[in-house]
Design a protein. Structure first.
Length: 89
């Protein structure tokens, strides 16, 4: 299961709104990369993606990813914190 902090939801909402101006089904995909994950704009979900919609945000999540999407400073970087990690922005 993927959860979102308020800070992550705000940042993702800005990106999603901009992307949907050009592609109505656009969202943000979360995929594994090395020991972590990468967030990327996507035109739509892949067949195996879990789709999460909250407010104006659509996330396309690679199978078996779980945790809490959060934002870390100083540059407002999105991260996926492990399930049970209590640190939050």
């Amino acid at each position: 299961m993927i959860e979102l902090t308020d800070a992550a939801l705000e940042l993702l909402g800005v990106a999603a709104t901009a992307a949907r101006r050009f592609v109505p089904d656009a969202g943000v995909r979360i995929v594994r990369e090395g020991d972590g994950v990468r967030f990327e704009l996507a035109d739509g979900p892949l067949a195996e993606d879990q789709i999460i919609e909250r407010d104006d945000v659509r996330l396309f999540v690679e199978p078996d990813l779980e945790g809490v999407v959060d934002v870390v400073d100083p540059h407002g970087t999105l991260v996926l914190r492990a399930p049970g990690d209590r640190e939050r922005t």
